[in-house]
Design a protein around this ligand. Structure first.
Ligand SMILES: *Cc1c(COP(=O)(O)O)cnc(C)c1O
Length: 397
């Protein structure tokens, strides 16, 4: 059935704008083939300008890093996370949100999603904080994750965290270009982390950015990320640092990518809209909702398939697409279900009920969403999904 020459359609491949090469060539011409350099400074400045365009009065300071994970690790250190601390974290996320908590010797405590945003549930967050408080513990920080291009309900989450004086680290790895209440993702919390991995909405081939309105905190991040070298003519060290800075070549790619961000968001939203128009009315199908208070980039189009009502299942659809060389993926497997985090505590959206994010994982699928997909690619994916839902197929099965 499958044309063996059919080209593979990937979930979210890199999409160059054409402007990247100019910056990379500048780096070659000036021999800035090193970590740090003018492209890194430029990329940080341009990200800071971009983040300042939203409805947010504070100026954002940026430190480009070798990965988003490195930015999360540094961010948690700067929030004072130490061995034995409790750190709250969204359960429904990629493992890189939670690994640095463990690597700092702290205890991750996972928090469920809500149905309205698929992101951190304010009800579960309140329950977690109150329960820990009754035990005489105060979480050192919260890692709030903006999933699939959509920000969290920061109106509620900031109010809760302010009440208890718990600093927020916004994991904005997936939400560059999104906003909540008109404010850009990456400007919430005490510190935020972006990722420019190859599959993200814009890429540097690999990299990240630590962001904060607190200039001193970002200064400290820069220090720690460059081996914590003290000012002295020789190499002098008082604390253990990291080699976590971005290379000048990668930053050049990032500068060219950032110029295209608005187009990338528009295209990903248009792709989502097409999938939604094609399948939203099918029995048992639900797309990731976009709450009224937020604007998502639709970095990845995600939907759930209820096996009790739909003509197919999530796993059948994954297999049907793979057979047509179309890459799709289950939604993130929640952290509290990972063997890595066995025994960690988890607070559900509703006490005594199955966590919302468990269903989102069991039924959830991410569809090809790359901004470089053309209309013919999209038609091919839609056709493949239609066939997976076809009654003849259900009758055979
Ligand atoms: C991609 C991602 C990260 C990690 O970023 P890297 O740049 O790959 O280290 C962290 N959190 C989330 C939610 C991500 O999607």
């Amino acid at each position: 059935m499958l044309d063996p020459r059919a080209k593979p359609i990937l979930l979210s491949p890199p999409h160059m704008s054409g402007a990247e090469q100019r910056y990379v060539e500048d780096a070659f011409r000036t021999n800035w083939i090193a970590p740090l350099g003018p492209n890194v400074d430029g990329f940080e400045r341009e990200m800071s300008e971009y983040l300042g365009l939203g409805q947010h009065s504070a100026r954002m300071h940026c430190c480009a890093t070798s990965s988003g994970t490195a930015a999360i690790h540094l961010g948690l250190m700067l929030l004072g996370v130490r061995p034995g601390d409790a750190v709250l974290c969204s359960s429904f996320t990629f493992v890189a949100s939670a690994n640095p908590i463990r690597q700092l010797g702290a205890e991750p405590i996972f928090v469920d999603s809500d149905e309205a945003s698929w992101n951190l549930s304010p009800a579960a967050l309140r329950d977690a904080i109150a329960t820990l408080d009754a035990e005489g513990r105060r979480p050192r920080a919260l890692v709030a994750v903006d999933l699939y291009g959509q920000g969290c309900d920061y109106g509620s989450i900031e109010a809760i965290c302010d009440e208890w004086d718990i600093p927020i680290l916004e994991d904005a790895a997936e939400s560059l270009g999104a906003s909540v209440h008109g404010r850009r993702c990456g400007t919430f919390g005490k510190v935020a982390a972006f990722s420019f991995n190859g599959n993200k909405i814009i890429t540097t081939s690999g990299g990240g950015m630590l962001v904060s309105s607190d200039a001193a905190l970002v200064e400290r991040a820069r220090f720690l990320a460059t081996q914590a070298r003290e000012t002295a003519p020789h190499y002098e060290h008082n604390v253990a640092g990291f080699n976590y800075r971005m290379s000048n070549l990668c930053a050049g790619v990032g500068r060219g990518q950032l110029l295209a961000l608005a187009d990338r968001v528009a295209r990903r939203r248009a792709i989502f809209a097409q999938y939604e128009a094609a399948f939203a009315t099918r029995a048992g199908v639900r797309f990731m909702p976009e709450p009224v208070w937020g604007r998502s980039t639709r970095w990845l189009t995600a939907m759930t398939i209820d096996p009790a009502r739909a003509a197919t299942t999530r796993d059948e659809l994954l297999a049907a697409l793979a057979a047509e060389r179309i890459e799709s993926r289950p939604t993130w497997k929640p952290m509290h279900l990972q063997p890595l985090f066995a025994g960690c505590r988890m607070f559900a959206h509703e006490r005594g009920r199955k966590p919302v994010c468990e269903r989102l994982f069991e039924q959830g699928i991410c569809l090809p969403s790359g901004s470089s997909m053309d209309d013919a690619d999209l038609t091919r994916v839609v056709g493949a999904i239609e066939r997976a839902f076809a009654p003849s197929r259900a009758a055979v099965a």
